[in-house]
Design a protein around this ligand. Structure first.
Ligand SMILES: *Cc1c(COP(=O)(O)O)cnc(C)c1O
Length: 217
């Protein structure tokens, strides 16, 4: 499944983040040996343990909701933080990145699903932030694009419209705020159940867990 998926995704020039949460290090290593380097985790402690145990050229993606008080633990090595959903979090990432003398790449998470439980900005909150002085004074974060999660539903039309709305948000932000920033190019959308739809709607990065690792216990 892994190779087949990778072939399809690379034909579409879409990057795969292998979502390894709950899977032990040896299963990560098996994919590592097939060439996979980008792995996604949603819990800080679990990412730390795996970072310690596994090869240092793995690119660790923080894909889940991140608490401000945990940023400092992953700041030394995290490759991309997908789920930035507040200015306060961004400011803490900036602070910790500066301490570690690095620039941390981040995506802005948008709320696109009709579900109470999903985190993320709505457009107005994001534009308020992007126009603020506080945002302009951030120096050690690079905003590389957007991330979103579609509703968990069988209704494909609904999922399609949600992905389409994230693509529109991306295009809008790119035009208004990031036109001259080549790094602003990622749309992280699509998981095991909806990655094909996400790719056809413009995803540049899919986060795939159960499809390649098997279902989580
Ligand atoms: C778990 C998770 C995924 C992967 O889910 P699968 O359905 O197993 O592919 C993707 N994104 C986020 C934010 C997740 O928490």
């Amino acid at each position: 499944m892994f190779q087949e998926l990778l072939t399809k995704l690379s034909a579409a020039q879409v990057q795969m983040v292998a979502v390894s949460k709950t899977n032990p290090p040896d299963r990560i290593l098996a994919l590592y040996e097939l060439g996979q380097r980008a792995f996604g985790e949603n819990r800080v402690q679990e990412m730390l343990d795996k970072y310690e145990a596994l090869p240092k050229d793995i690119e660790w993606h923080q894909i889940g909701h991140l608490q401000t008080n945990k940023v400092r633990f992953i700041a030394p090595f995290v490759h991309l933080i997908h789920a930035v959903d507040s200015l306060r979090l961004l400011q803490e990432i900036d602070r910790q990145a500066a301490k570690n003398d690095r620039i941390i790449d981040c995506l802005l998470q948008f709320y696109i699903a009709a579900e109470e439980t999903k985190f993320g900005f709505v457009m107005e909150e994001a534009t308020d932030m992007l126009q603020s002085e506080a945002f302009k004074s951030i120096t050690h974060v690079r905003i590389c694009g957007v991330m979103g999660m579609a509703s968990f539903t069988e209704d494909e039309e609904k999922v399609k419209l949600e992905f389409r709305s994230l693509k529109a948000i991306f295009d809008n932000l790119k035009r208004q705020y990031f036109a001259d920033q080549t790094a602003f190019k990622e749309i992280s959308m699509g998981m095991s159940g909806d990655w094909e739809m996400a790719v056809s709607e413009g995803s540049t990065m899919v986060r795939i867990g159960s499809l390649i690792f098997g279902s989580r216990v």
